[in-house]
Design a binder for this molecule. Structure first.
Ligand SMILES: NC(=O)c1ccc[n+]([C@@H]2O[C@H](COP(=O)([O-])OP(=O)(O)OC[C@H]3O[C@@H](n4cnc5c(N)ncnc54)[C@H](OP(=O)(O)O)[C@@H]3O)[C@@H](O)[C@H]2O)c1
Length: 291
């Protein structure tokens, strides 16, 4: 018999792939705002309580979020705005329900809880230091969780990409599309990030459920890539023979009206030392991508 799991955000870029990859083993009770028959809005406490009451799951996987970083910036400091409501109030409702119904919360977070000024890799011991509103709301959600007395696991990811196509293009599809159509923007050689292979992230979530591990885990690939090198990797792996031109983040920042993290690479040594499988390298993962 499949183990039941409660989940939010199962229609999104990340959640939908996890649902697909883990569906042989788990049956997902989805708290889905788009469900035409019984929509569940996580900003509504009674919606959340009802879903919890009706589920026998011991774990709740919380993917749902307001993920439009620019849209969030336009709501900066607005606690009645949709970004704050979904990311903070929604998470608070889930924490409250986890406490009432004794469920373990697995919360999906982001490297944008950091300021991006670290020249190396962010670890789990680095303090939260968000510089824009999306990151602030996700940091606030983390704080609500870490200050709670429920069982919790926080998994932070960065620039996730998946093996198959999805309606919302991930970073690999956006670059591949630019290369195919010969209109790829210059790629920064002074912006750094840690791509996350969503198919491997499914194994991380399965591991958390199997072991009941608690605490914060940085859960990207643990690698540090520039946009320029990552675009070149995609170009050569898929034989596009397109031109990747080198761009300068500093020129771009002059045109941008919101703060932007320069480096979101995370150290994943803690995760790697505990999991019982091997994460793929970014190069290995890109070879498995079906464009
Ligand atoms: N994508 C990234 O680059 C990235 C990077 C780092 C971390 N993350 C984190 O990873 C998680 C998943 O991200 P994603 O890219 O998969 O997100 P996404 O594609 O934007 O999907 C968001 C999901 O949240 C649901 N949702 C939105 N508002 C809701 C509400 N009020 N009640 C219930 N559900 C609601 C959406 O439902 P509908 O589709 O039905 O509207 C959708 O399923 C998020 O926590 C995000 O912060 C993402």
């Amino acid at each position: 018999m499949k183990q039941p799991l409660l989940a939010t955000g199962i229609n999104g870029l990340v959640g939908s792939k996890i649902d697909e990859l883990l569906s042989d083993k788990y049956s997902f009770d989805s708290m889905d705002i788009s469900d035409p028959e019984s929509p569940v809005d996580i900003t509504n406490e009674s919606d959340v309580m009802n879903s919890f009451k009706n589920s026998s799951a011991n774990f709740v996987i919380h993917f749902a979020a307001y993920t439009d970083v620019t849209g969030a910036w336009n709501q900066k400091d607005d606690k009645s705005g949709i970004a704050y409501k979904i990311n903070v109030i929604g998470t608070k409702n889930i924490i409250k329900a986890c406490k009432q119904f004794n469920k373990h919360l697995v919360h999906i977070s982001t490297a944008y809880v950091f300021n991006g000024e670290n020249e190396g890799y962010y670890t789990e011991n680095d303090p939260l230091s968000p510089i824009e509103w999306y990151g602030q709301t996700k940091a606030d959600a983390e704080m609500e969780i870490t200050n709670s007395d429920i069982n919790w696991t926080i998994l932070r990811i960065d620039q996730p990409f998946r093996s198959d196509n999805f309606s919302k293009p991930d970073i690999v599809r956006r670059i591949a599309s630019g290369l195919k159509n010969n209109n790829l923007y210059p790629q920064f050689s002074n912006h750094f990030f840690g791509p996350t292979y969503i198919d491997d992230f499914a194994l991380v979530i399965d591991w958390v459920i199997r072991t009941g591990s608690t605490g914060i885990y940085n859960s990207s690939s643990g690698e540090k890539w520039t946009d320029f090198d990552f675009a070149n990797l995609i170009n050569s792996t898929f034989n596009f023979k397109g031109a990747v031109t080198e761009g300068d983040l500093n020129s771009y920042l002059k045109t941008l009206d919101r703060p932007y993290q320069i480096n979101t690479a995370m150290n994943v040594d803690k995760l790697k030392s505990e999991i019982d499988f091997k994460l793929k390298t970014v190069e290995e993962a890109i070879k498995l991508v079906d464009l």
